[in-house]
Design a protein around this ligand. Sequence first.
Ligand code: GAF
Length: 387
Amino acid sequence: MTDLNTRLLDGFAATFEGKPDGVVRAPGRVNIIGEHTDYNDGFVLPCAIPVETRIAWRARPDSTVRVVACEFGNEIDAFDLSRPIEHAAEGGWRDYVRAMIATLIKEGRTLKGADLAIVGDIPRGAGLSSSASLEVAVGHAMLAVLGETPDATKIAVQAQTAENDFVGMKCGVMDQLASAASVADAALLIDCRSLETRAIPIPAGTAIVIIHSGVVRGLVEGHYNRRRAECEEAATLLGVAKLRDATVAMLDNPALTGDTLARARHVVTENDRVLLAGEALAGDDLRAMGRLMAESHASMRDDFQVTVPKVDELAATAHDLIATLCDGRGGARMTGGGFGGAVVALMPIEGVEAVTAGIRERYRTPAGDAPDIMVAHAVAGAGPVAG
Ligand code: GAF
């Protein structure tokens, strides 16, 4: 397959003729730990990974935006910035582009027309934030047309607003902020209430391995929005603004029962795990990381109920192999919103070959294939591409 930049420049030239004025990129992310905590004002620990959305942009003399999606058979979208931006009849990728542009305008930005060509290599449906990276990249491209580089936190919140209000997915801010603000070779500890971030260097000997279960996440907005509503209900029953404010002791409150209790228990214990994981990573303690990752997975499976059996099987397989082949230094858990997608594993670099060989041997996707495995590293967040 040709590389991303060649596909991008070829796609741009084929559709718009000539060359772009500039290129921007926004990476996908893997969440190391802290799932379904972001919209509860809690803590998360993701890092950006070396797969991304790239957009080549060129300013236009009018108020038209034309967009070509090179990975979608060069499908085109076109709309006028001087009219209200509606949803696209076809939906899909077009709505993420429109959502971001409509949000920037709604927040008072005066944008200029542009030709945009989009490519990307983030596997879709893997829980690695292909949509957040598209939104952040569109924001960067439209502001680059104005000669600006956006503030990372601001563009992340705008991208989240775009997804919440225009697309209808009531996501938190983690994916967009990880894509916009990540730091190379580090995980980003995010306080989703204050939006403060702290880069925690990933020790040089630690590998980040991402294994796709082969269960593609389908239309999960319904499940996701329901979990969010359950968390809000739990917070109301406990008399706190958000589950971030709840403690383990409060879980004894008899007002909480059944699913609501289980959801709250996941969020409260997961927030604690994220903070402990931040310390473990900073202290290069892979054993503690492994324990916390296993606990996180079990909590998502039993209390938050967002895993599926194939993902449980894959996480357990990876965890067992790390336990035997790496002497328990590391661990694995489902990453992202759930209902399919990928497992993230941390382990010593010298264990990667044996562990990934073991996973390829033992795990089969629902289609009967060995899984796709990415040995990743943490990259910097979104920005212009030099050259
Ligand atoms: C999805 C959402 F987009 C994030 O905001 C986050 O809630 C995640 O699921 C679960 O941790 O990726």
